[in-house]
Ligand binder design. Structure first.
Ligand SMILES: [Zn+2]
Length: 173
C-alpha cells in the first residue's frame, strides 16, 4: 500500500508530531526532516497520487513540543507517550459513558436529526480534565461536573482505571 504521513495533534497537550505509516502498515513517529525525505520517496513511487514535494515544503512546519513533554528524548518516545495519554483519556471517557461493563448513570441515549441514536452525557453533565507531572510521568486527573458521584461510584471508576492503565496513571477527583 502507499505509505502515508500526517501531522497529529492530540487533545491531551499542545504537541504536534508526524506519524508515518509504511507500505506494510507499520506506524512510527518521525522528525520533520525524515518526513520530508519520506515524502520525496513516496512522490517518486506514486507521482500520480502524491502532492509534489515543492508544494508540500510550503506547508512544512517543525514538530512542536509542549513544555510538559520538552524533556522527552526524541519524536518516537514522544509519539508513544502521546498515544498512551490519549488512550487513558478516551478510555476514561468510554467508562463514563457506560461502555466498559458498568454504569455510573451519567449517560443517556440521544437522537440525531436523521433519527439515528447515540450515547452522550445527560444534559448538564460534563467532565473536567487536568494533567499534572512531566515527560513520561504525566498523571490524568478527572472529575465529573453536574452530577455528584457517590463514594462507591468513584471507587468503581478508580478501580477500573487502576486495572486498565496502572496505579497512579489516572486519579478520579
Ligand atoms: Zn505534549
Amino acid at each position: 500500500m502507499k505509505p502515508t504521513i500526517y501531522r497529529w495533534r492530540p487533545t491531551t497537550c499542545n504537541c504536534e508530531i508526524y506519524e508515518y505509516k509504511d507500505e506494510n502498515g507499520v506506524f512510527s513517529y518521525i522528525t520533520p526532516e525524515e518526513a520530508e525525505q519520506f515524502l520525496v520517496q513516496i512522490y517518486n513511487q506514486y507521482p500520480e497520487t502524491t502532492k509534489k514535494p515543492e508544494q508540500w515544503n510550503k506547508q512544512k512546519k517543525p514538530t512542536k513540543r509542549c513544555p510538559e513533554h520538552a524533556s522527552l528524548l526524541n519524536d518516537s518516545q514522544l509519539g508513544n507517550v502521546m498515544i498512551d495519554e490519549d488512550r487513558r483519556k478516551s478510555g476514561v471517557l468510554r467508562a463514563l459513558l457506560g461502555h466498559e461493563g458498568f454504569s455510573l448513570n451519567l449517560h443517556d441515549t440521544k437522537t440525531n436529526a436523521d433519527g439515528t441514536s447515540y450515547i452522550d452525557f445527560k444534559n448538564g453533565i460534563s467532565v473536567s480534565w487536568q494533567w499534572t507531572g512531566l515527560g513520561t510521568e504525566r498523571i490524568l486527573q478527572m472529575g465529573v461536573t453536574g452530577a455528584n458521584l457517590t463514594t462507591n461510584q468513584k471507587n468503581t471508576l478508580q478501580n477500573f482505571c487502576n486495572t486498565k492503565f496502572g496505579v497512579t496513571k489516572v486519579v478520579v477527583l
